[in-house]
Design a protein. Sequence first.
Length: 285
Amino acid sequence: MAPEEIVDRVRDRGEDSMRPGVEADRLAPDRRPDPRSSKFVGYFHLVEACAKAGCPVCYCLRELTARHLDALLTGHVTDPTTRERLAQSWGFCAAHAEVVREVPDAALGVGIVYHELLSQARRWLTQAQRELSLAPARRGWRRLFGRPRPKGPADLRRGGSRCPACVALAAAERSYVETLLTFVEDPELDGAYGRSAGLCLPHLRLALTQARGHPGAAPFVARTLQKVDRLAEELHRFIDKHDHRATASFTEREAQAWTNALGFVAGRPELFGNEIPRPPASGET
């Protein structure tokens, strides 16, 4: 069966549940009131995330990403607007493509989307082959790599050519940080944050950027400094106990200090990626 026929069959089974552009909304933190209070559900996501390892905002965003990708690839992959946006971005970035591998039942959706991307790549390469055969080598390579991504209707390029999951995560990230700053002195969140590892350094930078004039900025910084000091002390003891004269064994927290330090400084890889220096394609700045 051709991929186009599979798309038609999947569409027939789930047409009623699809809305154009639905994936752009799926990553926004759930802001419906929780029945326990007037606080948003995103607040309670943060409280629960504080009990997990590492940065609670990273954890919330990682869980949100997995839910978004699952909904997109199992329920909305036949929506024309969704598929066009994925074509414009050449699918997912490498980090989110790795997350997709962990999504149950994503294989068919990935197959449908990426079969189209292979056709798109073939058209691009066929055009490049034609240009290289007609133009001088230098001119041909400039034309080939100067605009590697296809052009599309302006209303489908709101996020440029970036991975749609990354574009949507930016709004969710700001919302979670705002929630943390707003409720940092709330007893429930304050207690949960006090027991957590605290925010990673990249999310701390974002929080302090958003915190200008925010009343929660000062108490948030005070609480976070305590966490940095505690991690530094644990790491110091971990180093000291490597001395051949040391007799005490590592505590559990000391043994984890070096990996906790990595996570604190860098954040989660699927959120902050790598910084490999690469020259821009010809024609780009």
